[in-house]
Write a protein that binds this ligand. Structure first.
Ligand code: T1G
Length: 699
């Protein structure tokens, strides 16, 4: 029974039971409407709506999107609830989100457990609240708070929701008992239904120009995203239109959004994040190892960020640094990071102190003896890493998992430095590790299955998106980045300036352009890693000549105030660096490149096709399990816009025949091996197959 109705004396109780998150599937909507019809006809004095399982309704059933909506629609269900002539109480636990909270808003009263959250996160799916949220919330809490809630999409804790007026009572103890008691109180006091549709919004509370100002701010904060703007339109309609017209405007806007490319992309990422931790072929009955104590080797930026990731999840961490000075500096940086977060109001002083207290420092390897997991985050040198793993092999207890945070070195070779290769795995975090959600889990040839299962589950526990990668140079993300970065360099030496290249990619939606990223990371990073490579491994000298010359001129990027751009020493504001043009022209001349004007379209096409072609190679080599894993990597680790779904989703929507044609043209024009279309792409395009077909054949 997805929905049941039973009486408790004078109360009617509607119970929803649709695991895992009580999503509002067709069956649930139909069951609620039937229960409301029953409650309408019987002599119950009030109705309570509650859910079994771990949460109140977490929203419409996202898996139903893109299919025809089977009636009753959620707005129809909500209208029936709101119209009931007796008080209806929503009893919230867990997370009442999206359509779930909109259903609660159509109830006349709302109560929630202290531990509960409410929210309207539709904007994160490229949608907007499509069942009354944009019309009811402004009436309940005012326009500004409503706009912030719906364009941000964040969850709101019960205590804050009470202050805002989103809920009427916070319950402690049993949610069901508390909700029934609240409903009896309403009956006893003769309080009838209270409908939000009957509330009004003071028109002067948010005049027209305030809406335009809000839209402009959104253009900055949510660059390129269509739904936030549409939410503003719907909220403005809540002021300018009667309630039912506003509902109709919201519904037509929602339907338009649900059919949009951006929503399809964002829903793809939603499911990609949840698919990624599932390892194909892994025995489902494997018992993961318990991870209660973690150690991190190296108290630098990465090591400190990794330690914070675990402390933030309540896991004690021992941070090891070779000398006390380095350790003190690392702990000071962690303390500073927490202070900044507290300063932004994102964390209370107490919570920051609690987390920081979970991080202890040491310079003695013996302190790692009881760790269940040790993560090495030292200098990116195979020799150094082998020394560290040799020491860990000596001091760590049997069964401890030994992980390297290497960003491209061979984990299999690192494991060979120990007597326990089965316990060795790669855990590639992304800087800043306490912020970036991507975690590449690098499985070496001998990594044990229970180690993989353990770290995939642990990745979710610390709020990361864990993606399984096989061993190759650069795993998934950095391997694709090298192709993308090559095109930035070649476009530059062939005729484009840094500002044009970065402008094209940021207008596409990338968080930053490739050259600005280089300046941020430091051009010396790539320079140093190239010194360790042979000329053949370094590849086409035109693809690093400019970068190397800038480094040799001491222009390392932001850290020296100049790289591809100049940076203001106080504000770090970026501006064109005229010296770079001279360097570019000199290198072009040196390599006999006759510069020409490049169109924005050519620049964008080459960068995206470079990512996509390498993505297909990564798939066919089995380095990534599925195309959506590659998308999760690029969205969560490299700033690819989530509203475009990731490189492989983008390729799917373009059509693989078109993608193949683009890459094959580049191959024919340049003759470069790296532009040879990946065999898997060629095969799928030739057989008129999609990536979905390939996934289905591989699952
Ligand atoms: N629909 C379908 N499946 C869902 C789902 C949903 N709304 N939410 C979660 N799941 C699945 C998920 O795919 C996973 O499946 C399992 O549940 C556990 O999820 C009209 C139109 C509720 C905070 O955006 O934020 O309402 O992998 O791993 O970490 O205006 O799920 O186990 O097979 O995330 O404990 C608005 C989305 C929809 C909320 C729980 N609602 N969900 O987090 O578990 S649009 C949302 C979440 C809407 C109306 C509009 C989280 C969670 P599997 P999980 P979790």
């Amino acid at each position: 029974m997805l929905v049941s109705y039973h009486r408790v004396n004078e109360l009617g109780v509607i119970t929803i039971d649709n695991p895992p998150v009580n999503a509002l599937s067709y069956g649930v909507r139909k069951g609620i409407l039937e229960a409301i019809t029953t409650a309408h006809a019987d002599d119950s004095k009030a109705v309570v709506i509650l859910c079994e399982g771990r949460t109140f309704i977490a929203g419409s059933d996202i898996s139903e999107f893109g299919k025809p909506i089977a009636e009753p629609s959620l707005p129809q269900v909500n209208a029936a609830i709101e119209a009931l002539a007796k008080p209806v109480v929503a009893a919230i636990h867990g997370t009442a989100l999206g359509g779930g909270f909109e259903l609660a808003l159509s109830c006349h009263y709302r109560c929630a457990l202290e531990s509960a959250f409410v929210g309207l996160p539709e904007v994160t799916l490229g949608l907007l609240p499509g069942a009354g949220g944009t019309q009811r919330v402004p009436r309940l809490i005012g326009v500004q708070a409503a706009l912030d809630m719906m364009t941000g999409g964040q969850k709101i804790a019960a205590s804050k929701a009470l202050k805002l007026g989103l809920i009427d009572r916070v319950l402690s103890g049993s949610m069901k008992d508390g909700a029934l008691a609240y409903a009896r109180e309403l009956v006893a006091s003769g309080t009838g239904p209270r409908r939000i549709r009957d509330m009004s919004i003071a028109p002067e509370s948010f005049a027209g120009e305030a809406f335009d100002a809000y839209r402009n701010r959104l253009n900055q904060r949510k660059r390129g995203q269509e739904s936030p703007q549409k939410i503003v339109d719907c909220v403005e309609a809540a002021i300018t239109m009667p309630f039912d017209e506003g509902l109709a405007y919201e519904r037509s806007s929602f339907i338009e959004r649900s059919q949009s490319e951006q929503s399809a992309a964002l829903r793809h990422i939603f499911f990609a994040e949840r698919q990624a931790p599932k390892v194909l072929g892994l025995d489902k009955n494997i018992t993961p190892r318990s991870i209660d104590q973690v150690a991190v080797i190296g108290a630098g930026t990465m090591g400190g960020g990794i330690a914070m990731s675990f402390a933030n999840a309540g896991i004690p961490v021992t941070l090891l640094e070779l000398n006390q000075g380095g350790l003190d500096a690392g702990l000071a940086l962690i303390s500073q990071n927490y202070s900044v977060t507290v300063g932004k109001g994102k964390l209370s002083e107490e919570e920051a102190a609690t987390r920081q207290a979970l991080i202890s420092g040491t310079t003695d390897y013996a302190a790692l003896a009881s760790a269940d997991l040790v993560i090495e985050a030292v200098f990116e040198s195979m020799d150094v890493k082998k020394q560290v793993f040799g020491r860990l092999d000596e001091v760590c207890k049997a069964g401890a998992i030994l992980a390297s945070n290497t960003s491209y070195l061979d984990v299999y070779e690192i494991a060979a430095a120990t007597t326990r290769p089965l316990d060795v795995v790669g855990l590639h975090f992304f800087s800043p590790a306490n912020v970036m959600r991507l975690l590449e889990v690098v499985r070496a040839e001998q990594t044990a299955d229970d180690v993989v299962a353990t770290v995939m589950r642990l990745g979710k526990r610390i709020g990361k998106v864990p993606v399984l990668a096989g061993v190759c140079f650069g795993f998934i993300g950095n391997r694709m980045l090298r192709q993308y970065a090559r095109e930035a360099q070649l476009c530059m030496i062939e005729g484009a300036e840094p500002g044009q290249i970065d402008g094209v990619l940021t207008r596409f939606g990338m968080a930053m352009g490739p050259l600005a990223v280089g300046d941020l990371a430091g051009l010396d990073i790539g320079y140093k890693s190239r010194q360790a490579l042979t000329a053949e491994q370094r590849g086409d000298p035109r693809s690093y000549a400019i970068a190397d010359t800038l480094v040799e001129m001491g222009r390392l990027g932001q850290k020296t105030g100049a790289g591809y751009y100049r940076y203001d020493s106080h504000t770090r504001a970026r501006s064109a660096n005229p010296d770079v043009l001279a360097v570019i022209k000199a290198e072009a001349e040196k390599y006999g490149v006759s510069r020409r004007a490049l169109s924005d379209e050519e620049i964008l096409n080459r960068h995206l096709m470079a990512l996509i072609n390498e993505g297909f190679r990564i798939l066919e080599e089995g380095i990534a399990q599925r195309p959506s894993d590659i998308d999760a990597v690029y969205v969560h680790g490299y700033g690819f816009p989530a509203y475009r779904g990731g490189p492989m989703f983008y390729a799917s929507r373009l059509g693989l025949d078109k993608v193949y044609g683009c890459i094959d043209d580049l191959y024919k024009r340049t003759g470069e091996a790296y532009w040879k279309p990946a065999p898997l792409l060629a095969k799928l395009a030739e057989n008129n197959q999609s990536l979905e077909d390939w996934v289905a054949s591989n699952d």
